[in-house]
Write a protein that binds this ligand. Structure first.
Ligand SMILES: O=C[C@H](O)[C@H](O)COP(=O)(O)O
Ligand SMILES: C=C(OP(=O)(O)O)C(=O)O
Length: 330
């Protein structure tokens, strides 16, 4: 339940009367509306006492407030140096899974830029299933990524795994990425909430839509509302032929619930390069406002995730088809 009051003072007054274990914090919504989230029940006598201070009581609302379209009807549009993300805009983010070398990331960047990407992706800190797998090139990778993005006039997006690295990654990147495995790392989300920089928040592989919205809310609650939500496939009962199941329905559902841009990563959803293109096109047809795609010039020798990497030529073909689908659904 969400209670809407007119002023923070009214909200504080209401909160003081509620008998709850959770601290009820007023959240400013807009134009004389202050929300109190997380109220479980409101007994009649309390309701009577506070009725003059209450503007509206909304039941059955997911607990995300700042992320909710109910309180922020207009699309959030995020502007970086080289990209505009959200609203009616479309963005291609592409690059290698991991930063392998300065030369390689630059070459891959040239290819994806030529195909229409404005954001160069790549991981310097890799979240690997096995501790014995390649973990990324760390700060050397960040340096190489930054140099390639600057040389090409592109934005840089890279994953942050650990709260201890927030300032380090911040000093290199234009956009933070929180991966599927960290979607509910609340300490990390809170730390990113204090940054004035866009965050790509990937859906946890077993997260519900409300889980994702609440994860976004952690970032927003800290003061950072430059959030890009990414559907990247979830675990389902049949992930024998694809690595995950791209939840295409999440795209329009999220867009109805939240004002943040919703983009898709078909590479991690498919896990197999031949399924990346059809899934990416399906995501665009469903309304995705951008695509993240992994590419590699020699997929069988990629340091990470070669099986799902498109070659630069395949990526170019994907962007051409993607533009046709976008045109068709306009
Ligand atoms: O993007 C890459 C991830 O690090 C990768 O998907 C991890 O998966 P794995 O360690 O199971 O290969
Ligand atoms: C690790 C990545 O993706 P995910 O978190 O979706 O697995 C990635 O994009 O590099």
């Amino acid at each position: 339940m969400i209670i809407i009051a007119k002023t923070s003072q009214d909200a504080e007054k209401i909160a003081a009367q509620l008998d709850t274990k959770d601290p009820i914090k007023p959240v400013f919504v807009h134009s004389n509306r202050v929300a109190l989230a997380g109220v479980k029940k409101l007994p009649e006598d309390i309701l009577k006492n506070i009725s003059q201070d209450v503007v509206e009581i909304i039941t059955n609302h997911h607990s995300a407030i700042k992320s909710s379209r109910d309180f922020h009807p207009e699309d959030t549009i995020i502007t970086t140096k080289h990209s505009v993300i959200g609203g009616g805009n479309f963005v291609f983010m592409a690059g290698p899974d991991s930063i392998e070398s300065p030369e390689h990331v630059k070459e891959m960047g040239e290819d994806v830029k030529q195909a229409g990407a404005t954001i160069l992706r790549g991981g310097a800190f890799k979240p690997r299933t096995s501790p014995y797998s390649f973990q990324g090139n760390g700060e050397e990778g960040l340096k190489a990524h930054r140099a390639a993005a600057d040389a090409l006039g592109m934005d840089m997006v890279t994953e942050i795994l650990d709260t201890r690295d927030v300032d380090l990654v911040d000093s290199y990147t234009d956009i933070f990425q929180v991966g599927t495995r960290n979607m509910q790392n609340f300490a990390l989300l809170k730390a990113l909430g204090k940054k004035n920089k866009p965050v790509v928040l990937k859906r946890g592989m077993s997260a519900t839509i409300d889980d994702l919205l609440n994860a976004a809310e952690y970032i927003a609650a800290g003061g950072n509302d430059q959030i890009i939500l990414m559907e990247r496939g979830i675990r389902t009962y049949d992930n024998k032929y694809t690595r995950n199941t791209l939840d295409v329905s999440a795209i329009p559902v999220l867009q109805s619930l939240t004002h943040y841009p919703v983009v898709a990563d078909a590479s991690h959803a498919a896990g197999v390069s031949k399924f990346v293109e059809p899934l990416a096109l399906a995501a665009i047809a469903a309304g995705a406002q951008g695509l993240m795609t992994e590419i590699h010039d020699d997929p069988s020798h990629a340091f990470v995730d070669g099986a799902q990497a498109l070659t630069p030529a395949q990526f170019k073909q994907l962007t051409e088809k993607a533009n046709k689908v976008r045109e068709a659904i306009k």
